[in-house]
Write a new protein. Structure first.
Length: 260
């Protein structure tokens, strides 16, 4: 664990452990799992304004993508003119190619602290007591491939979590395509200074990453302790709920009915 994140991870650990102790009389052996879920949901709720701001930035870039392509086609041979017109477009629309990136980067330290907390065997030089909890008899510190058999409760539990996580990632990736900037080949783009629109999405590469990256969470969960897998499942489910809320909230209303 890095020295930089050691202090916040330790503080988070004592908080989650205290919640576990409070939940034990109510939830029994599931207290650690319940604490992980509640703590993850609480942090994601606090980060919700940043998440929604990032989604608004993605939606704005998606909406402006046709105009950006039109400017590129029209001013492609004039890179300086294209830069000016693009900057003017962003200013008029109150958008920025970094409008979705910066809020995501601001969340990264918090998400990293939570992941490190639920995957670290030791915290502040002592054993991570959260990993001593159990879920259906499987220790939260156990790894998928450390089980006796894939057909055991251990193996079945991990397979179920990974399957649900994969399904959530698939739904999230599908919804992401509705708010991510549309990508298309640049027509008549000359060699020279790079297009600032490519800072956010670079044609086929961006489309491929949008489909593949969500499933890296499943790969991470497959090699992480059960506690970290529970955290990843919770945070991915929260992200999907946030995106669905945003899409429904920003969906265009149907056109008003006009009498013939």
């Amino acid at each position: 664990m890095s020295v930089l994140l050691g202090v916040p991870v330790g503080a988070a650990y004592h908080l989650v452990y205290a919640v576990t102790q409070l939940l034990t009389p109510v939830t029994g052996g599931l207290a650690a799992v319940a604490a992980i879920v509640l703590f993850t949901a609480a942090v994601r709720l606090l980060l919700c304004p940043l998440s929604l701001r990032a989604l608004r930035g993605q939606a704005a870039m998606s909406r402006l993508a046709p105009q950006v392509r039109a400017l590129r086609t029209r001013y492609g041979p004039q890179p300086e003119r294209f830069q000016r017109e693009l900057a003017a477009l962003y200013q008029r629309e109150g958008a920025s190619p970094f409008g979705s990136i910066l809020p995501l980067l601001a969340q990264w330290p918090f998400l990293s602290v939570m992941y490190l907390l639920f995957r670290s065997a030791t915290v502040d030089g002592a054993a991570n007591q959260l990993l001593s909890g159990q879920l259906f008899g499987v220790p939260l510190g156990a790894h998928w491939l450390s089980g006796a058999s894939l057909l055991s409760v251990h193996g079945a539990l991990f397979l179920a979590i990974l399957a649900i996580l994969a399904a959530l990632c698939g739904l999230s990736a599908r919804l992401a395509r509705t708010t991510a900037p549309a990508v298309a080949p640049a027509a008549g783009r000359p060699a020279g200074r790079p297009d600032p629109a490519d800072a956010l999405a670079s044609s086929k590469t961006a489309a491929l990453l949008a489909r593949v990256l969500p499933y890296l969470t499943v790969v991470i969960a497959a090699f992480a302790p059960l506690a970290a897998a529970v955290y990843l499942l919770t945070t991915v489910a929260w992200s999907l709920a946030e995106r669905r809320f945003f899409v429904r909230r920003t969906a265009a209303p149907p056109p008003p009915h006009t009498a013939a």
